[in-house]
Write a protein that binds this ligand. Structure first.
Ligand code: PEP
Ligand code: MN
Length: 357
């Protein structure tokens, strides 16, 4: 992809790049008051407001529609900050461009649909407007990249991505599970692409925002999109996850922004030494695993000769119980060890299947 780095089109932007504003524009007063307060924190770089809201069920608040566009534009002019709205089809693009909106984002429910993304991309040909693409609702990195590529092919070079987590059937702590490996892999493949994290939609509740924001910064995300409302408990959408501009300013005070570069001699030689140790440990782990699979194959051969099944549930239970006990003593988390054992066990079964057949 041919990406124009953000420092070229938002020259005054400071890292972390913060997009903030209400989930939904509800009234002129609510948008202007929220945005003026946000701008006073000095940390917000872009003002957001949802105009057309994609809602799961009908008859919930579906946004004020295009009458809200002048409100966010006015807030942008008052504060001197650029503004961004969500667009989900060509009509939204047309109306938002007419209203002089500075940037667009594509929501998670739109990113999943290549037809919609293509329609938006086609409507942006020849328009030099920045677009941020939220991850699709389902954990599919190719779909996320595909949406970015459709825009890029239409000539949109001022691109960014927003990580807002993924929907799951299971009840979890989060509204949308973060699956951090997705934004990390996106960053690895497209180093010029700014990636912001959206702790509001990942967490779904205000208590999680600070922890998720810190994690995003520690994973070298370029910024955050955080929803803010002057009166969150009376918000018409996402009331549980919005925070006041004052709460947002307090949140910024608590965040630690670490530096990314390691060109500091003392630190580099220290990292070099420690990374050598890691390299050795990793090769030990791999050699031990290879040795383990050799023995697994010998066992497989014995099972084949004696005609017994590969899966021996009692032995598997014993492995889980004893390894977890040891892991606990070693300070490893239960969840990690369970996942590791599952992978090793699955691979062991595969080895024995080969031997047996
Ligand atoms: C939003 O940002 O208000 C929104 C609808 O987000 P998402 O597309 O991530 O659900
Ligand atoms: Mn929202």
């Amino acid at each position: 992809m041919d990406i124009n780095p953000i420092k070229n089109w938002l020259p005054n932007v400071r890292k972390p790049i913060i997009i903030s504003g209400p989930c939904s524009a509800e009234s002129r007063g609510q948008v202007i008051q929220t945005c003026s307060k946000l701008s006073k924190s000095g940390k917000v770089s872009i003002l957001r407001a949802g105009i057309w809201k994609p809602r799961t069920r009908p008859n919930s608040f579906e946004g004020v529609g295009s009458i809200g566009l002048p409100w966010i534009k006015e807030a942008a002019e008052l504060t001197g900050l650029p503004c961004i709205v969500e667009v989900a089809n060509a009509q939204h693009v047309k109306e938002a461009l007419n209203a002089g909106i500075d940037m667009f984002w594509i929501g998670a429910r739109t990113t999943v649909n290549p037809f919609s993304v293509q329609e938006i991309a086609d409507s942006l040909v020849g328009k030099d407007i920045p677009v941020f693409v939220k991850n699709p609702i389902n954990p599919d990195l190719q779909l996320w990249i595909g949406a970015l590529e459709r825009l890029n092919n239409a000539g949109v070079k001022k691109l960014g991505a927003i990580h807002r987590g993924f929907s799951t059937f299971d009840k979890t702590l989060y509204r949308n599970v973060p699956k951090w490996d997705f934004p990390i892999e996106l960053k690895r493949q497209f180093p010029d692409l700014p990636i912001l994290s959206d702790p509001s939609h990942i967490g779904g509740k205000k208590e999680l925002i600070s922890m998720l924001s810190q994690k995003a910064l520690d994973l070298d995300m370029d910024g955050l999109m955080i929803e803010s409302h002057i009166d969150p408990s009376n918000a018409l959408s996402d009331a549980e996850q919005q925070i006041t501009p004052t709460e947002l300013a307090a949140l910024f005070k608590g965040l630690i922004v670490r530096r990314k570069d390691v060109n500091d001699d003392e630190l580099s030689s220290m990292l070099y030494k420690l990374r050598k140790e890691i390299d050795l440990i990793d090769s030990d782990i791999l050699e031990k695993l290879a040795a383990r699979f050799k023995i697994i194959e010998e066992i497989g051969e014995e099972k084949r000769l004696k005609g017994v099944t590969i899966l021996q549930v009692d032995r598997w239970n014993e492995i889980i119980a004893t390894r977890k006990e040891l892991a606990n003593k070693l300070g490893l988390s239960d969840e990690f060890v369970s996942r590791l054992l599952q992978i090793v066990h699955k691979e062991s079964i595969n080895h024995q299947i080969k031997i047996m057949n």
